[in-house]
Ligand binder design. Sequence first.
Ligand SMILES: *Cc1c(COP(=O)(O)O)cnc(C)c1O
Length: 382
Amino acid sequence: MHFKTLAIHAGQAPEQNYGAVMTPIYQTSTFAFQDVNQPGPFDYSRSGNPTRKALEDCLAALEGGTHGFALATGMAAVATVLELFKQGDHLIIHDDLYGGTYRYLVSISSEHGVTFDFVNLRDMDALRAAIKPNTKGIWTETPTNPLMNLLDLAAIAGVAREHGCISICDNTFSSPYFQKPLSLGIDIVMHSMTKYINGHSDVVAGALIVKDADLAEQLQFYQKTMGTCLGPFDSYLVLRGIKTLGVRMEEHHRNALALAVWLENHPRIERVLHPGLASHPQHDLAQRQMSGYGGTFSFRVKGGQEGAFALLRNVQVFTLAVSLGGVESLMEQPWSMTHTSMPEEVRAAIGITQDLIRVSVGLEHIDDLIADMEQALGQVNP
Ligand SMILES: *Cc1c(COP(=O)(O)O)cnc(C)c1O
């Protein structure tokens, strides 16, 4: 079945007692046993809950996997995956990634004796050179936050397989509607469902999807044992949001691309970083690997910090806020807002500088978004 059909129906058959068409919120911690030593299909909500199960089955279907896991936040998903790696294991991490994942690795994984190298995974020779006998995992994120660089997932998954490493892809920016890492050979897909999958900026949640039974068993064990699962009410909200994922992504794609093209021609803009533009250095890979683009991209304003602040202070339809993927448009400066956990010299080295602005283009009318950007850029000193 097609994506839009699965989003509405996968894992979500009408409920059996009363025929409720929408999945009920099973707001219960525990379930009655059928007899001594004989639990029903669920026994305790940390191990499993019917509302969460509906969401997990839907996620598996949308990513083309066999098992999905719904976690309390995107970071809970990161933490749950990283439990697969033990003292003495080595990981290769793409050098441009979500700040929270970076912070988890350097402040928590490292304390547990896991070692890692940050490597530019756009360079396949650098990836091969970084592999050690104890390398167990390769972490990718594409497009990257906030620089919109792309990684060739099929090529990286191939190298991972050759060396017996688990490959992981943070697919938050594209959502499964535009990019399916499992079909390219990646072993584990991770999402912050806080972003596009839920899409309404009213939940924090995370997801993991796999198509390998052993990995599924391990992740289920960690989800249950660490207690990182998503609650029933939030699972219900994400299920409600996910039904319109395809429709929303198409509109995010159209709005963001139109705004990116408009910005590229504006005299106060230095550069626009959007994989759908011919000017993006990896535009070919974008067309091969993704079937469209989300609503998030970045651009550089002329005038450095001063230019960036003038723009951020003067927008009216865009809200000055972190996060992305909701129906409303947001704007932020990664340097001072989302990427402060990266040391200044690391930020500067990879290009997260003061002139960089990240936008999450929502579903407002594109003419209003462009008009807002135009009036705010008019207040940036030439
Ligand atoms: C937001 C985000 C996360 C973290 O997710 P939370 O839901 O905030 O915990 C991880 N990766 C990416 C790419 C993100 O944008």
